[in-house]
Design a protein around this ligand. Sequence first.
Ligand code: XIL
Length: 370
Amino acid sequence: MRNLYILLFSCLPILACSQGKDNLKDKFSDYFLIGATINQEDYQIIDKDKKVLKIVSENFNSLTPENSMKWMHSHPEYSKFTFSNAQKITDFAKDNNMYLLGHTLVWHNQVPEYISEIADKGKFNLHLKNHIYQLVTRFKGKVNMWDVVNEALNDDGTLRETVFLKMIGDDYIEKAFQFANDSDPNVELAYNDYNLYKPKKRAGAIRIINSLKEKGIRIDAVGVQAHWDLHFPSIQQIEKTIIELAATGVDVMITELDITVIPNPYELAGIAREEFKKFEGDKKWDPYQAGIPDNIQKKLTKRYKEIFELFVKHHDKISRVTFWGTTDKYTWRNDNPIKNRADYPLLFDRKYNKKPAFFELLNIDFSKIK
Ligand code: XIL
C-alpha cells in the first residue's frame, strides 16, 4: 500500500506515468532515436557538469558532439589533430549505449585559418582526403553516422561559395562522400542542412542526394537541422519537407531541433550578420531576460506537441530526432545571432528542471495520431 502511495505521488506531476514512461528515449522507443548534444566549452565539458550528463543519459539514446569534432577543434593545425574532448564524448556515448554522431567533416564554418591559405588545388584535395580519413578511422566502430557535408547550399538551392567549392570544384560533395566511404564502408553517411522547408533549397538537397546515388556513391541519410521558431516553418511545411526528402529513399533525421522564442533579425533587409552586434543589450531583441512569460511557455509547449505528433505520424521515414543542446542554460541560441540573450528553446530550463513541453511530449497519446 505504501508503495502504491509513493508511486501515485511521484507520478502526479507527470501523468505520462500512466503509460509507464518517464523519459524521452523510452517514450519514443517504438518510433525513433532521441538525441541531444554535449558541448565542450569549460562550462559544460564532459567531466565538469555531471547534472547535464545525468539528464542526457536518462533521456537520450543518441548523442552529437556540439563542437568537438569540427575541423577547428579536431584538426587545428595543418599536421595536428586533437581528439581529447571528442574522445571523452565518445566514451560517454559508449558507456551509455548511445548512437553517436560524427559532426561534421566538411563545413565552411569553424574551420581554422590555415585551410584558406593552401594555394595548391592538388594539395588541398589531398588535405581534405586526409582530414576525412583521420577522423573517420579514429572513430571507426564508435561513430554510427557522419554528417559528411554540412550546409553546402544557399537558400536558392545553388551551391554555397566555400573554400571547398573554390579549391576542389562542383564535385567536392561527391569526393567527400567517396573519401568517407573509403575510410569506413560500414559507417552511415549523411548530408545535413537548415531551411530545407524552403522549396528551392530542398530541391537543391534532393539534387545532391540523387546525383550521389546516380553516381553510385553511398549516402544513407539527410539531416534536417530544425532550428525553428514558434510559428515557422508551419506544420504543413515540415510535413512536406519530410515526405519529399524521404521520397529519395534515404533516411530522414531531425538533427538540430530547437525552438527559439525570441525575435531574430535574420531576415531584416539590408542588414548583414556582422551588424547584429548593435542589437546587443537591446530589450527589443532580448525581451525575456527575467524569465519566460506564461503565454510564451504555453505556445512553446503546444508547438513541441504538434511537431512531435507530426514526427510520430511519419516515423516510418524518420530514424532520429536530436535536440541541439540539453538545457536552456547552454543553448547556442543565447549567443546566436546576438550575444548574451535569454532564449528558451529546449525541454530543460536553466536550473535543469523539466519544462511543461517535456511533460507534454511524455503525454502524447499515440493512439490518436493518424
Ligand atoms: C553551433 C554550436 O552550437 C555553437 O556552440 C558554436 O559556437 C557554433 O556552432 N548548424 C550546425 C551546428 O550544424 O554545428 C551549429 O552549432 C549550429 C548551426
